[in-house]
Design a protein around this ligand. Structure first.
Ligand code: ATP
Ligand code: MG
Ligand code: MG
Length: 550
C-alpha cells in the first residue's frame, strides 16, 4: 500500500469527513481587493484549490469587499487574472462579500432580538479603554443593558443615516472578562458614510471583518475556512458568530503559517514607497514577488506550484530561502526551453582563414537533454561575437578558453585556434583573431584531437541586438533588511541593464513572456511591458548556477 503523508489540514478534513461533521469539502480564497497578490497569496490560493480538487469538492473565489475605504475595482480584475493564471479554476464560483450585506444586516438584527448584541454610544477611544488588556479585565459599557426594543430602534436609525461616523456602533454582547480580548464585546457594525464600489450609497453602516467573514463563509456553505495564523485568536469569535446566528452545518476555521521569503519585499507600504521613489517600475517590477512581477520575470505557474508544494503547510512561522524559488523555476524550464546563443558582453572574433561573405547554416540541437525540442539552423560566418571573458591575452591558471596559441571548440561549429588580438589606445581588446580547422565541424565525427574549452558565439552578420536586464535580490537580509531609520537597505546592484547584447536571429521572433535558456548565461524571458519586435528586451529569470540543494 502506498504511504502518503498528509499535512495537518488534510488530517483534520479526513477526521471531519469520517465523523460526519461534513459530507463534502468546500474551500475559498477570500482576498480583499486592496492591492496586488503576492507569492504568499499564491500559497493560500493553491492550498485551498488543491484541497477542493483532492476531496472532489469546490473552490470559490470570493472578494472580501466589506470595507468601503480601501477597495478598488481595478484590483478585482488583476486578482482574477492572477488566480486564473495560477491554475486555480474557480469557473463560475466567483462571489462578492458585499452582495451579502442584506444577510449580514439580518444576522445583526437576529442577534439583537436574541439579546446578543447592543448599540453602544462610547467613542472608539472609550471602547478601547473599557476593553482592558492582557493583564486587566474589561469594563462593561454603560449601554450594554439597553432593551431589545431600544437596540432595534437605534440600529435601524444607524442604518437610516441618522448618526455620524463613530457616533454609534453595534457590539456583540459576549464577555468583558474573557481572557481573549477579541471576545470582549467586539464591535460588529459601524457607521461609515461612504460610497462602496459595488453597492454605491445603499449602505451607511458596514460590518466589521470578524463578523462579516464567518457569515460570508456560512452563506457559501464553506466547510473549511483556511486562514493564516494571526487569526487564531479570532477563532472563538468566528465560532460564536456562526453559532449565535444559528447557521446549519457551520464552517470551521483552520489556521496555517504565512509564507515568508528571504531577500524580498512584500509589505505594501514598502512597495508603495519603492514605486513612488521610482526605484522599481511599478508593482510588477521583476524584482518584486507579486504574482504579476513573477509572471513578468518569467516564472511559470508550474514552478510556483512546485515551490508551494516543497514549502508545505505548517503551523509555525518561518522564512523560506529565495533560492528555493529559483531552484523550482530552473527545474521547470530546463527541459522545456530551447538553449539559444546570446552574447551579453560582446567582443568580436574574426576567423582569418574562413571565406569572406559566406554564411553557413549549422545544425544545432535545441535542448541536448530533450531531443523532442528538435533542431534549428544556426548561421555561422567569418566574424562572430563571443563573451569578452572568453578571451585572455595572458591566461590565468586553469583557463581553457581563448588565449594566443590555444584551441577551443565553438559550440555546434568548429575548433578554432587563437592567433592574437587587436587593442585600442587604452589597451582594451577590440578584436580577437583565430583560424579554424574545417575538419573539426560539429557532427562530422572528428575525434583526432580533443580540446578542453567550449565557448558560445553569435555570427555578427545575422546577429540581433537586444537589451538584457539582470537582477539581484532587492534587499540582502544578511546585511540587514532595514536601515537604522527604518528605511529599506536596498541592494544598489539589484538591476543591471545591458543595452547591446547580440543574439542569434531565431530570437527575433520572441514575443512577450516567451522564455529561453541562453547558453551559460541563464534563463531569460521577453519582457511583457517593454519588449517590441524592433527593440527586444529580455529579463533574466534566473542564472544557471544554484546555491540551493534539495
Ligand atoms: P497582504 O497584507 O500581504 O496583502 P492580507 O492578509 O491583507 O495580505 P488578504 O487579501 O486579506 O491579504 O488575504 C487573502 C488571503 O491570503 C487570506 O486568507 C490570507 O490569510 C492569505 N495570505 C495573505 N498573506 C499570506 C502569506 N504570506 N502566506 C499565506 N497566505 C497568505
Ligand atoms: Mg491584501
Ligand atoms: Mg487583509
Amino acid at each position: 500500500e502506498e504511504v502518503v503523508s498528509k499535512n495537518f489540514i488534510e488530517q483534520e478534513i479526513d477526521k471531519d469527513l469520517a465523523e460526519g461533521v461534513y459530507n463534502h469539502v468546500q474551500t475559498r480564497f477570500p482576498p480583499e481587493p486592496n492591492g496586488y497578490l503576492h507569492i504568499g497569496h499564491a500559497k493560500s490560493i493553491l492550498l485551498n484549490y488543491g484541497l477542493a480538487k483532492k476531496y472532489g469538492g469546490q473552490f470559490n473565489l470570493r472578494f472580501d469587499d466589506t470595507n468601503p475605504t480601501k477597495e478598488k475595482t481595478e484590483f478585482v480584475e488583476s486578482i482574477m487574472e492572477d488566480v486564473k493564471w495560477l491554475g486555480a479554476d474557480f469557473e463560475d464560483r466567483l462571489f462578492f462579500a458585499s452582495n451579502y450585506f442584506e444577510q449580514m444586516y439580518e444576522c445583526a438584527v437576529f442577534l439583537i432580538k436574541k439579546g446578543k448584541a447592543f448599540v453602544c454610544d462610547l467613542t472608539a477611544d472609550e471602547i478601547r479603554e473599557y476593553r482592558g488588556d492582557f493583564k486587566t479585565p474589561g469594563k462593561e459599557s454603560p449601554y450594554r443593558n439597553r432593551s431589545i426594543e431600544e437596540n432595534l430602534k437605534l440600529f435601524e436609525e444607524m442604518k437610516e443615516g441618522k448618526y455620524q461616523d463613530g457616533e454609534k456602533v453595534l457590539r456583540a454582547k459576549i464577555d468583558m472578562a474573557s481572557p481573549n480580548i477579541n471576545m470582549r464585546d467586539p464591535v460588529i457594525y459601524r457607521v461609515a458614510r461612504m460610497s462602496h464600489h459595488n453597492t454605491g450609497d445603499k449602505w451607511c453602516i458596514y460590518p466589521m471583518y470578524d463578523f462579516a467573514h464567518p457569515i460570508e463563509d456560512a452563506v457559501e456553505h464553506i466547510t473549511h475556512s483556511i486562514c493564516t495564523l494571526e487569526f487564531e485568536d479570532h477563532r472563538p469569535l468566528y465560532d460564536w458568530v456562526v453559532r449565535e446566528c444559528e447557521f446549519e452545518n457551520p464552517p470551521r476555521q483552520i489556521e496555517f503559517a504565512k509564507l515568508y521569503l528571504t531577500n524580498v519585499v512584500t509589505g505594501k507600504r514598502y512597495i508603495k514607497k519603492l514605486v513612488e521613489d521610482r526605484i522599481v517600475d511599478g508593482w510588477d517590477d521583476p524584482r518584486l514577488v507579486s504574482i504579476a512581477a513573477l509572471r513578468r520575470r518569467g516564472y511559470t505557474p508550474e514552478a510556483i506550484r512546485m515551490f508551494v508544494d516543497l514549502v508545505g503547510v505548517s503551523k509555525a512561522n518561518s522564512s523560506v530561502d529565495y533560492a528555493m524559488l529559483e531552484y523550482c523555476i530552473r527545474e521547470d524550464l530546463k527541459l522545456k526551453k530551447p538553449r539559444m546563443m546570446a552574447i551579453l558582453d560582446p567582443v568580436k572574433l574574426v576567423i582569418d582563414n574562413y571565406p569572406e561573405d559566406t554564411i553557413e547554416y549549422l545544425d544545432a540541437p535545441n535542448n541536448l537533454e530533450n531531443p523532442e525540442l528538435g533542431e534549428r539552423k544556426l548561421p555561422f560566418g567569418k566574424e562572430l561575437y563571443i563573451e569578452r571573458e572568453d578571451f585572455m591575452e595572458e591566461p590565468v591558471k586553469k583557463y581553457f578558453r581563448l588565449f594566443p596559441g590555444n584551441e577551443v571548440r565553438l559550440m555546434n561549429a568548429y575548433f578554432v585556434t587563437c592567433t592574437g588580438c587587436e587593442k585600442d589606445e587604452n589597451g582594451n581588446v577590440t578584436v580577437v583573431h583565430c583560424t579554424y580547422d574545417p575538419e573539426t565541424k560539429s557532427g562530422s565525427g572528428f575525434t583526432a584531437r580533443k580540446v578542453k574549452g567550449t565557448i558560445h558565439w553569435v555570427a555578427a552578420k545575422t546577429a540581433v541586438t537586444v537589451e538584457c536586464r539582470l537582477y539581484e535580490n532587492i534587499v540582502d537580509e544578511e546585511k540587514g533588511k532595514l536601515n537604522e531609520d527604518g528605511s529599506l537597505n536596498l541592494n544598489p546592484n539589484s538591476l543591471t541593464i545591458i543595452k547591446n547584447c547580440y543574439v542569434e536571429p531565431a530570437l527575433a521572433e520572441a514575443k512577450p513572456y516567451d522564455s529561453y535558456q541562453f547558453v551559460r548565461n541563464g534563463f531569460f524571458c521577453a519582457d511583457c511591458k517593454d519588449s517590441t519586435p524592433e527593440h527586444l528586451v529580455f529579463n533574466r529569470i534566473v542564472s544557471l548556477k544554484s546555491s540551493f540543494k534539495i
